[in-house]
Design a protein around this ligand. Structure first.
Ligand code: PEP
Length: 250
């Protein structure tokens, strides 16, 4: 059984003090349901996340990591720093990193390698832009990204990898893939993982959908057999919406 994961991606929103208050409110409002809650926040918010959320059944993590272990890399944040802050997850290869910072699949693979060395589970984002979807090449495009981002990577176990399928045209746009379209891609991804690793591994890896998930469309998406939760931007910033997403899973 794969436990549904509702991973919030806060992007560059909320200050450390706003976040701290929000974390306290979440603990008060969080349901006892079956979904796992995790919040991917900006680096300065991580110490507060640890302080407030530890022991309350909510995980936290970063939205990126340096491929370097340490050194003269001004502005970067290392995996050792994230491990010291007890991050359970970290997002890598988000389309905003790929497009605004030119991150390649090879760089994403380096970052994944670092995270696994420090027992932090990568949430690997893949997904096609609009023109690729319109040309009908979304499956090959996404699987190629997956292949490049996992080149030479062998996670110790299936709980050491989360894949997030995020069609770029659905991120922050209000447009969502239909549950059937999302399911079709998730199935392709799981089949690819079975070939690259093995069937048992593929059946245990969680594959999240991301792209304008909100309480109104979550049940239909999360009800698909290969959709194991969401990587959620906008809706994860609002407490009521995030709690409603957690409540979607019985
Ligand atoms: C994201 O940030 O990964 C995302 C999917 O954002 P949104 O839910 O706002 O589309």
């Amino acid at each position: 059984m794969r436990q549904t994961l509702i991973a919030g991606n806060w992007k560059m929103y909320k200050t450390p003090s706003e976040a701290r208050r929000w974390f306290h409110d979440l603990i008060a409002a969080k349901p006892e349901g079956q979904a796992e809650a995790a919040l991917m926040v900006a680096y300065p918010l991580l110490p507060g996340a640890r302080e407030v959320l530890e022991g309350h059944g909510v995980s936290w993590g970063a939205q990126d990591v340096s491929a370097h272990l340490e050194g003269a890399y001004t502005g970067e944040v290392s995996v050792k720093m994230l491990a010291d802050l007890a991050c359970r997850y970290t997002v890598v290869g988000h389309s905003e990193r790929r497009s605004y910072h030119g991150e390649s699949d090879a760089l994403v693979a380096e970052k994944i390698r670092r995270l696994l060395e420090y027992d932090i589970t990568p949430i690997l984002c893949v997904g096609e832009p609009l023109e690729v979807r319109e040309a009908g090449n979304h499956v090959s495009y996404t699987l190629k990204q997956l292949e490049g981002s996992l080149a030479g990577i062998a996670p110790q176990s299936a709980d050491r990898l989360v894949v997030a399928y995020e069609p770029v045209w659905a991120i922050g746009t209000g447009k969502t893939a239909t549950p059937a379209d999302a399911q079709a891609m998730h199935k392709e991804i799981r089949t690819w993982l079975a070939g690259r690793f093995d069937l048992g591994f593929a059946n245990q890896v969680r594959i999240l959908y991301g792209g304008s998930v909100k309480p109104e469309n979550a049940a239909a998406l999360f009800g698909q057999p290969d959709i194991d939760g969401g990587l959620v931007g906008g809706a994860s910033l609002k407490l009521d919406d995030y709690v409603a997403l957690l409540n979607t899973v019985g």
